[in-house]
Design a protein around this ligand. Sequence first.
Ligand SMILES: Cc1cc2nc3c(=O)[nH]c(=O)nc-3n(C[C@H](O)[C@H](O)[C@H](O)COP(=O)(O)O)c2cc1C
Length: 191
Amino acid sequence: MISEEQVLECILTRRSVRKYRPDKIPAEILDKIINAGIHAPSALSKQPWRFLAVSDADLLNRISDYVKPLIYEKLKDVSSSSTKRYLELIGSENFSLFFSAPLLVVVLGDNKNPLSDIDCSLCAENMMLAAHAMGIGSCWIGSARMVEYSMDLMSELDIPEGFHIVAPVVFGYPDENPGKPEKNSPVVYWR
Ligand SMILES: Cc1cc2nc3c(=O)[nH]c(=O)nc-3n(C[C@H](O)[C@H](O)[C@H](O)COP(=O)(O)O)c2cc1C
């Protein structure tokens, strides 16, 4: 029987982790994470996902170096304090877009399926929750999608024909405890 407490504990304590130990994630753990992903609901159960696992630190660094200036260009005129803090980080040479995590898993969506982005997002959330239950941290790195502007990096990633990047998510053993999340109270409309 599933314990309600444990399920809620897992959901309520998952946080985006932005500091990782260098330890690799064993293949059998990655299998479990992906298995949790493919058990997500999907429209008409089409399961329009594929998974690209990237553990090559050099390739991740080159993607990071390519994307950082693009993010800077995109956000440089935004004045919010959180954006300014992020731009400061991006500006520092040693900052990795992937927080030096040992593994990036990119959930790829089927171009022909109009609902694949939704399905793949549910899949990614399942993966992040399963990882958290196993003591593994994760963070969705949305800005990594900008790698699509580089033909060279895209050819190295060798994304299968007919699929596109939906959810680039890093995984690794946490080297920080982000603590309790600050969440806005839900706004609920009853009819
Ligand atoms: C679509 C999407 C894109 C995101 N992109 C980034 C990103 O590029 N870099 C990053 O550090 N965090 C990114 N995040 C993580 C969010 O910043 C994080 O989920 C949010 O601040 C809430 O914190 P929590 O995950 O700890 O609850 C992204 C999350 C989502 C869902």
